[in-house]
Design a protein around this ligand. Structure first.
Ligand code: FAD
Ligand code: AMP
Length: 478
């Protein structure tokens, strides 16, 4: 007889493991199937995010930032000598952090009574699920509800097929055994910029080829401009309007051919990272005649509540529409578990923070000025520079700006955009304010501790009405 559960989740990334744990907390019997094997050959929960995404990349970003920052120590009156990079040690540290967190999901599963299965899950007609284990044996789980959380994989392009030797995707770029002298990156999106920052700080000469003419088209225009200048100064050579046509691993390096202003050019590099986006993943998941449908780009088709076209089958995370971000998948996973339990929560898709963990960091939530201009909306904006923020100056980390955008009539906050130190942490204040429907005036009336970076958010909110104190306001408010 097959094992039977209230819920079977396929995929133990952030979307799947949040769904599984929340469902178990609500008293349901839950199984979670995942096929990922870690570097040690053992099952490793946590999906892309914990194994080859958010966590290893942030570990390398933080270590490389500390390493590169030592070159500024003299300015602070500190003398350091003999700071040396031990890349094998850095990679071991990264693997240790990953191991702690993936092992943490194991512990959370056992503590909450979620049964893990290692193997490939496939949805059978109805809502039963087949697990195919690494040795080829199969097991059928019967389920009342199924949650598909199969995530995404790096997108491939014909112009640069990944060979895991010199041409790698984001996963390969987290484990270079030596620092490449010349590093090419295709794609100036979040992943390209983060990995470019890591290796540039460790000493690579980095060239980023980006097909679009516009840098970070979804970010605030002023912030995208400032960030491009800042990253270029840090040593990343970002070439916009350059479309990669082909690449050749000739053994001693890679020759990349690209088109710029209708002219063909080449780039020689030792390693090439292909960071052109991610594609939803659903291989081996569905039968040909499954009622679960994919959209034209391969995302599992769902409505706002993450219901698929099959009854009792839901899908969450990178495998479905919306931004491919861990926290978006987590909230969808929790929403679905709670809806199955009879509650009626919803995800607010208008309030999803985006973060780029460069230095300075870039973070935003809500609408940009250019989006509002395009829709003809009437808005006002306040800005504040970190150069005028005491804590940023005290921390010798005062590059960047906060911008608060609010509705011209109601003053309700429509968007907050930050380029600066700790932007990833500061943006949470904006998310909370927007979720509570705050106005810019509300944020301005609240007391913030001094001296903190958060005061820059406070002052930008005050600036909307021309009331910021530590700057001369362009808008003169009463
Ligand atoms: P995934 O994390 O992809 O997990 C899906 C899991 O399901 C995987 O373990 C997969 O092997 C398994 N699976 C798939 N099919 C089956 C099957 N049929 N049977 C069994 N198992 C299956 N996001 C952020 O929010 N912040 C960041 O800082 C960030 N940094 C990133 C850095 C990098 C380098 C990368 C690559 C991504 C980053 N992301 C970041 C994106 C983030 O990793 C994803 O948005 C997130 O992991 C998606 O979660 P998920 O649960 O939907 O899918
Ligand atoms: P993202 O989707 O944010 O991960 O970013 C990926 C980036 O890669 C996008 O900005 C694309 O424009 C860029 N890109 C995709 N294909 C190519 C290509 N052939 N040459 C250069 N850039 C590319």
């Amino acid at each position: 007889m097959s094992d039977s559960y209230d819920i079977v989740v396929i995929g133990a990334g952030p979307a799947g493991y949040h769904a599984a744990i929340r469902a178990a907390q609500l008293g349901m019997s839950v199984a979670c199937i995942d096929k990922t094997t870690g570097a040690d050959g053992k099952p490793s929960l946590g999906g892309t995010c914990l194994n080859v995404g958010c966590i290893p990349s942030k570990t390398l970003l933080d270590i490389s930032h500390r390493y590169a920052a030592t070159s500024d120590y003299e300015e602070l009156g500190l003398k350091v000598s003999n700071v040396e990079l031990n890349l094998a040690g850095v990679l071991a540290r990264k693997d240790e952090v990953v191991g702690k967190l993936t092992g943490g999901v194991d512990m959370l599963f056992s503590g909450n009574g979620v049964t893990p299965y290692h193997g490939v899950g496939s949805l059978l007609p109805g809502s039963d699920v087949k697990v195919t284990k690494d040795d080829g044996t199969e097991e059928i789980l019967s389920a009342k509800h199924v949650i598909l959380a199969t995530g995404s994989v790096p997108m491939q392009i014909g112009a640069a097929p990944v060979d895991d030797d010199r041409i790698v995707d984001s996963t390969g770029a987290l484990s270079f055994e030596e620092v490449p002298n010349r590093l090419g990156i295709i794609g100036a999106g979040i992943i390209g910029l983060e990995l470019g920052s890591v290796w540039s700080r460790f000493g690579s000469e980095v060239v980023v080829l980006e097909a679009l003419e516009k840098f970070l088209p979804n970010a605030d225009e002023r912030i995208a401009r400032d960030a491009l200048r800042s990253f270029s100064k840090q040593g990343m050579d970002i070439r916009l309007g350059t479309r990669v046509l082909s690449s050749d691993n000739h053994g001693d390096g890679v020759t990349v051919t690209y088109l710029v202003n209708d002219e063909e050019k080449t780039l020689e590099c030792d390693k090439l990272i292909v960071a052109v986006g991610r594609a939803p993943y659903s291989d081996q998941l569905l039968n040909d005649d499954s009622p679960v449908k994919l959209d034209e780009r391969g995302f599992i088709f769902v409505n706002e509540q993450c219901e698929t076209d099959a009854s009792d089958v839901y899908a969450v995370g990178d495998a479905v529409r919306g931004p491919m971000l861990a926290h978006k998948g987590m909230e969808e996973g929790i929403m679905v578990a709670e809806r199955i339990a009879g509650f009626k929560p919803a995800v607010n898709y208008d309030c999803i923070p985006s973060v780029i963990y460069t230095h300075p960091e870039i973070a935003w939530v809500g609408q940009t000025e250019q989006e509002l201009r395009d829709t003809g909306a009437n808005y006002k904006a306040g800005t504040f520079l970190f150069a005028a923020n005491g804590r940023a100056l005290a921390g010798s980390d005062a590059e960047g700006i906060v911008k608060v955008v609010s509705d011209a009539e109601s003053d309700r906050i429509l968007g907050v955009h930050i380029f600066g130190p700790q932007a990833s942490e500061l943006i949470a204040q904006a998310v909370i304010a927007m979720e509570f429907g705050a106005t810019a005036e509300d944020l301005g009336l609240i007391m913030f501790a001094h001296p903190t970076l958060s005061e820059a958010v406070h002052e930008a909110a005050l600036g909307v009405a021309g009331h910021a104190i530590h700057t001369v306001n362009r808008r003169k408010g009463k």
